[in-house]
Write a protein that binds this ligand. Structure first.
Ligand SMILES: CC(=O)CC(=O)SCCNC(=O)CCNC(=O)[C@H](O)C(C)(C)COP(=O)(O)OP(=O)(O)OC[C@H]1O[C@@H](n2cnc3c(N)ncnc32)[C@H](O)[C@@H]1OP(=O)(O)O
Ligand SMILES: NC(=O)C1=CN([C@@H]2O[C@H](COP(=O)(O)OP(=O)(O)OC[C@H]3O[C@@H](n4cnc5c(N)ncnc54)[C@H](OP(=O)(O)O)[C@@H]3O)[C@@H](O)[C@H]2O)C=CC1
Length: 293
């Protein structure tokens, strides 16, 4: 059995939030995009418009679909605006404390029958669910980056997630035109359990001087046919997010093979977070990306 979803709330308007708002609005859902920062909301709406415009130019959607999708998105700096949403997807930073605080504030205003989801890359769905007033209506809906282009969404049930919440979330993902992979609730789920140790190993390869940034990325692009090199991909994901995921794997599975590379820690401490801060394993401030090591 499923319940009807018409209005979708998205908390956090960073790279994932703007992508989720984009695909949901294009699929016909009304969307309320929330962020603590008004500037972030403005730039998210500009990014969505830019990506929709590119889809029009490629004749994947019509001009009227672009306009209708944009018209379906409203933005708000306060969480109260999400009160009458049928489904709210949290996609703020990958910090458990931040997410818990958001769920606390959200559940105080959100209608009781609404489903609450997190786009977390790694954190226990059962533990996050326990910080809400509705663990049976809580689920992990994990999108991939960039959302408009990637076909997969992982669905992760917490221990208490009920069948209606699962079936409704599955139907929602299908309406977005994406495929579901079901994952058990273990640290970092499926994609990141496999992908992030590979990225972390690439950073160790750099740290130990086995190769420089260019050599490592070229090796995996040309030698293993990956669409992006692992360091380019780390910059694309965000080095803060990569580090948070490795920390969850390291703590959650208590195995030293998941130890975050000290060089990754150093980049994050420097505020070199990748593309979003203009500098990471590459420097993006010029005409073309230049390796920083
Ligand atoms: C960390 C987590 O929790 C989980 C994760 O997401 S892990 C990260 C998973 N993502 C990846 O591994 C991405 C790896 N990279 C790729 O697959 C490709 O490089 C890419 C899809 C990003 C770009 O592909 P490309 O062939 O170089 O470029 P291009 O042809 O311009 O783009 C392909 C499509 O992606 C879209 N796209 C590219 N970048 C985009 C962006 N930043 N935002 C929105 N759409 C984008 C393009 O519009 C294009 O769409 P159409 O197919 O509809 O035309
Ligand atoms: N990057 C990726 O490839 C993927 C990331 N994810 C997950 O998605 C989530 C978001 O990642 P991503 O979009 O990359 O991160 P970003 O850093 O791009 O965006 C996070 C956004 O959340 C905002 N934010 C922070 N605190 C709050 C709050 N209390 N209420 C509302 N908004 C808040 C931030 O605002 P400000 O900057 O002003 O603090 C920022 O706009 C994370 O959980 C991440 O693990 C999932 C799949 C892929």
């Amino acid at each position: 059995m499923t319940v009807a979803i018409k209005k979708v709330g998205v908390i956090g308007s960073g790279q994932m939030g703007n992508g989720i708002a984009h695909v949901a609005a294009l699929a016909g859902f009304d969307v309320v995009l929330n962020d603590v920062s008004g500037d972030r909301l403005k730039s998210a709406l500009a990014t969505i418009n830019g990506n929709l415009t590119r889809q029009v130019a490629k004749k994947h959607i019509s001009e009227s679909e672009r306009k209708q999708a944009l018209d379906r998105i409203t933005s708000s700096e306060t969480i109260d605006a999400l009160a009458d949403c049928d489904l709210v997807i949290e996609t703020a930073i990958e910090k458990e404390e931040t997410k818990r605080k958001i769920f606390h504030d959200l559940c105080a205003v959100l209608k009781p029958e609404a489903i609450v989801a997190t786009n977390s890359s790694s954190i226990s769905i059962t533990r996050l669910a326990a910080s809400t007033d509705r663990p049976e209506k809580f689920i992990g809906i994990h999108f991939m980056n960039p959302v408009p282009a990637m076909e997969l969404v992982e669905l992760i049930r917490g221990i208490a997630t009920d069948d209606v919440t699962f079936d409704t979330s599955k139907a929602f993902v299908a309406k977005l035109g994406k495929q579901v992979a079901v994952s058990e609730d273990f640290p970092a789920f499926i994609v990141n359990r496999i992908l992030l140790p590979m990225i972390n190993e690439a950073i160790y390869t750099l740290y130990e001087g086995v190769g420089n940034v260019e050599a490592i990325d070229a090796a995996m692009k040309l030698g293993a046919h990956h669409p992006m090199g692992p360091l380019e991909l780390a910059d694309f994901i965000g080095l803060d997010t990569c580090l948070s995921i490795m920390q969850v794997l390291h703590e959650g599975l208590a195995d030293s093979k998941y130890r975050p590379c000290p060089l990754l820690v150093k980049y994050v401490e420097a505020g070199w977070l990748g593309r979003k801060s203009q500098r990471g394993f590459y420097d993006y401030r010029g005409d073309k990306p230049v390796p920083t090591r």
